[in-house]
Design a protein around this ligand. Structure first.
Ligand code: AMP
Ligand code: MG
Length: 512
């Protein structure tokens, strides 16, 4: 089947296209269309055959009921047996909009549409294209998300085409949707009404209008053994090709943890994706980094969620690490969808960050103009599994100077150029728990320990790698002695990298 794709300008909706799409629906065909939540796959909700086609096109299990979309409140009473009193107030506030309500159905609604249930889910969308199409199609349009079952819900017409091209009659392209996550589902067959799926209309918003609202316990506890009340919520919904892992914690701690993981995973040879925010994106350095939106405006996070997940599926990354969002407002729906996509694989940021003991390594020589900068540059060239700030410092540096010319020559002979280098004095500000200080000689170590009692871990380089030889100054000595000093530093640095990596490696497993 050739799928017709029609662009619709929502400021000037072409009635002819709407009529064409409406007549396809009336004849039992399938038309995908934009709603304010996600794109829907429309069919005549009162036609059992059309429902069958919907399940077939999506590859959706047929026990997962469809939501019936209406455009006028008065149409509701035609398909349900009773409307609880509270519905009027709820509808006044939230319809048209991203809220689905569940009622007992009457005989007009076929069991094929409700997945065999005696209840029916009904929504009145706000999107003008959707409303016009519903009326043109006969007033009752079932519309599950217009994706292949198991893929992220579509938020653009292109997403729909990617999944359903050739399987449905028509796609109305009204551009990107506004909200980006599916509607809130509220069950009105129970008292108090119960939220079966979180969405843009939050519990707090509903309670302001309707008093007490309960929440399906399977949404609150991930390890509930009970089946969710909305049959569709039992499916993992969308499982990205990559392992998606949510890293929870204070934003700064989470960024630190994700950076740490990404650095290590990339060095182990994995392709890693990072779900960042506009606020954090510049802080990440390794991996494939995508912003999902702004923490200042969480609506943007909901809007981009499925798009970003689809993009990562195309990139074929092995792991995706995502920042977490506060479970309030639209964040509840975002975390619900993200959690399902991750199979509830969540790591605590602080559990990760405490696995990296050192974040800074400082080499110390007398004047920071030969041995220490050589050690630093050589360590930077080692394949390290964890990311460190690698510095060199001197015990006595009165003013910044360039590298000693002999050291510069020596490095050049090994094809190394140290650009924009200036000597610096050791300063207490860079010492601390996460810093490993490695001196060239015992005398420097002793001096640091006595001058800076809070310095943290201070060793001679040789001592730290189990090679007791000191690295003495070769100032004013022969070329051969410079070369020997270089070799000794190189040997020690290779062993240092091995030790650091060995300690890191044991920990990397915990990240996946
Ligand atoms: P979708 O149309 O893809 O947003 O999925 C519709 C969701 O509504 C699924 O999670 C369904 O299980 C849920 N749903 C539809 N009808 C009912 C109903 N009568 N009772 C409970 N949940 C329903
Ligand atoms: Mg869906």
């Amino acid at each position: 089947m050739e799928t017709i794709i029609k662009k619709i300008d929502r400021n000037n909706i072409d009635q002819e296209s709407i009529e064409q799409a409406g007549s396809i629906l009336k004849q039992g065909g399938l038309v995908a269309f934009p709603t304010e939540t996600v794109y829907g796959l429309g069919a005549n909700a009162l036609d059992e055959e059309a429902a069958k086609k919907t399940y077939a096109a999506k590859g959706r299990p047929s026990d997962n009921p469809l939501i019936v979309h209406i455009a006028r409140l008065e149409d509701l009473k035609e398909i349900v047996t009773e409307i609880p009193e509270i519905v009027q107030d709820i509808a006044d506030h939230f319809w048209p909009g991203p809220l689905t309500m569940i009622f007992y159905k009457n005989d007009k609604v076929p069991l094929g549409t409700t997945g065999g249930l005696d209840t029916v889910a009904v929504r009145m969308p706000d999107d003008e294209i959707a409303r016009k199409l519903i009326l043109a199609g006969g007033g009752y349009i079932s519309a599950p998300s217009a994706n292949t079952s198991g893929r992220p819900s579509p938020t653009t017409a292109q997403h729909v085409a990617d999944d359903l091209s050739g399987k449905i009659e028509m796609i109305l392209d009204g551009g990107s949707v506004d909200i980006g996550v599916e509607s809130t589902i509220l069950d009105l067959t129970v008292n108090p009404p119960m939220i079966l799926r979180p969405g843009a209309i939050t519990k707090e918003m509903l309670e302001e209008v309707a008093g007490e609202i309960s929440v399906d316990e399977t949404l609150i506890s991930e390890n509930s053994t009970k089946a969710p009340k909305a049959p569709g919520m039992k499916y993992r919904h969308y499982a990205p090709k990559a392992d998606l892992i949510i890293v929870e914690g204070e934003p700064d701690e989470s960024i630190k943890a994700i950076k740490q993981i990404a650095y290590e995973q990339v060095r182990l040879g994995y392709k890693v994706g990072i779900i960042a925010t506009n606020e954090s994106i510049d802080q990440y350095t390794t991996g494939m980094i995508k912003s999902i939106g702004s923490r200042e405006n969480e609506k943007t996070v909901a809007r981009n969620l499925y798009k970003v997940l689809r993009e990562f599926d195309e990139e074929e990354v092995s792991y995706i690490y995502s920042e977490a969002f506060p479970e309030a407002g639209i964040g509840t729906a975002v975390m619900n969808r993200l959690g399902k996509a991750a199979g509830h694989h969540v790591l605590q940021a602080s559990d990760i960050t405490r696995l990296q003991k050192y974040r800074r390594i400082v080499f110390v020589s007398n004047s920071d103009n030969c041995r220490a900068p050589i050690a630093a540059v050589l360590l930077r060239r080692q394949p390290l599994l964890q990311e460190y700030q690698i510095l060199s410092r001197g015990m006595i540096v009165l003013f910044p100077e360039p590298l000693n010319p002999r050291a510069e020559e020596l490095l050049k002979a090994h094809d190394i150029v140290l650009e924009r280098f200036e000597t610096s004095a050791l300063d207490e500000k860079i010492l601390g728990e996460d810093t490993l200080v490695l001196t060239m000689q015992e005398s420097q170590k002793q001096k640091i320990l006595s001058e800076y009692p809070d310095a943290g871990d201070v060793y001679t380089l040789g001592e730290y790698v189990g090679n007791m030889q000191e690295i003495a100054s070769v100032y004013g000595q022969t070329e051969e002695q410079y070369e020997e000093m270089y070799k000794l530093i190189q040997e020690n640095v290779v062993k240092l990298a091995e030790r650091l990596n060995k300690e890191a490696k044991n920990k990397c497993q915990t990240y996946t």
